[in-house]
Design a protein around this ligand. Sequence first.
Ligand code: SF4
Ligand code: SF4
Length: 269
Amino acid sequence: MSNIKYLLLRRTTQIGLLFLYFAANAYGWHILEGTFGASKLFGFIPLADPYTTLQVLATGFVLGADVLLGALIIILFYMIVGGRAFCSWVCPINMVTDLANWLRRKLNLDKEEVNYRFLKRNARYWLMVLGLIVSAVVGVSAFEVLSPITIMQRGLVCGFGAGISVVIAIFLFDLFGVKNGWCGHLCPLGASYSLIGKVSLIRVKHDHEACTNCMECKVVCPENQVLHMINKESISVTDGECTNCGRCIDVCGDDALGFGIRSFVNKKD
Ligand code: SF4
Ligand code: SF4
């Protein structure tokens, strides 16, 4: 039977982190200050988003050692918990795109999906590279200027302005346009975390013996191409695009999926 354990844990984490940023602003708390781009944990541990850091470096700006250390800390952290764990456990846009995806299923809109054959899932990697090139050419962190993640975080912490229209546009695009359109096809930040996910330690493991091939996991997975082993073999999900959201585990009534540690020795893991 399906449950919502990981959904509840993810929402608690996402809202809890947003509250800590809000509390830094509103009450002067020093637990988590800044933005997802660059923060300070407990007032002294630097944290920096690696893609944001790369964009700033591409502009030619010389960054301090603390920012570089912050990016390294984040890379190492997500090399353990799963690169795109950032997407499903931290990023506030995930709540918007999850809602659009859930509504698509409830309204049966998947059947009406506009067939954007030209929009491939690897478009996000090209946009990631483009973001760096544009940053280098114009001397400004290109994605940061338009980033819906930053807009959403600022909006939830300090109040929304016109930027809310970007968030609404993503919601409508995912609901009526392309399924998982933004996070699964276009977001360059998600793409950068996918690269970390390719070598990350905590992975979803599939037990072929326990699986009854109901395919419920593939219905709810926002990146269902990563579940290519279902109905075939007992291996881990090693593709970097997996967000470690745990939806597939929540929905699996056969205990055929669960989190585990990836083995770099045994090829089957
Ligand atoms: S793909 Fe981008 S917007 Fe979507 S959850 Fe990941 S970082 Fe956030
Ligand atoms: S394989 Fe599972 S954990 Fe990974 S993205 Fe799909 S539903 Fe989420």
